[in-house]
Design a protein around this ligand. Sequence first.
Ligand SMILES: Nc1nc2c(c(=O)[nH]1)N[C@H]1C(S)=C(S)[C@@H](COP(=O)(O)O)O[C@H]1N2
Ligand SMILES: [Mo]
Length: 197
Amino acid sequence: MTVINSGFGGRGGSSDPRLPPGQTHVYDWPVLSTGPTPNVDESRWSFTITTEDQVAHRWNWSELQEVGVEDIVTDIHCVTHWSKLDMAWRGVPIDRLFEDVETSYDYVMVRSYGGYTTNLPLEDLLDGQAWVATEAEGEPLRPEHGGPARLLVPHLYFWKSAKWVRGMEMMPSDDPGFWEQNGYHLRGDPWREERYW
Ligand SMILES: Nc1nc2c(c(=O)[nH]1)N[C@H]1C(S)=C(S)[C@@H](COP(=O)(O)O)O[C@H]1N2
Ligand SMILES: [Mo]
């Protein structure tokens, strides 16, 4: 049995040390999408990393599974102030996908089916910090949550975790993606409240 501690100061729900500043713990899982859910069948899904030399490293669905999945338990934080704690995820570490990638560029544009983009420094995707996730809470990722596969970068605000992910392109500079062009922070660290800029 879990006892929910109301914490000190009576600020109501924001006392959990796992909650970054300004976040509220939610138990449901909101859906936040800028457009319609694209219909991406596993049979036509693929993930491509493209380098400055126009070398394309590509995995189809079964090739991705062969790379090897990991189970992750982590918290996620949306810039619209909700956080969901202790989520169970399964996915392929981005580290594994970059093993044979040769690049001297430091930044990545992530691209999704449907046109969504988001930018990240490569160092935020490596060292066990990011995955191509295919399952959440013990089930295949539902289409509205990015199925068949989405990026999972839990240490940054959740808009960086691109749903329906289809690839990454190396970039020499930190060019803004979709939300970043619309006023969201270039990096989005929830512990520093990097929401907007
Ligand atoms: N392709 C795509 N990925 C996306 C989005 C989107 O609109 N399209 N929204 C982002 C935002 S702002 C958030 S908070 C999370 C929401 O994920 P969820 O709907 O699974 O909660 O997805 C992120 N990834
Ligand atoms: Mo969001």
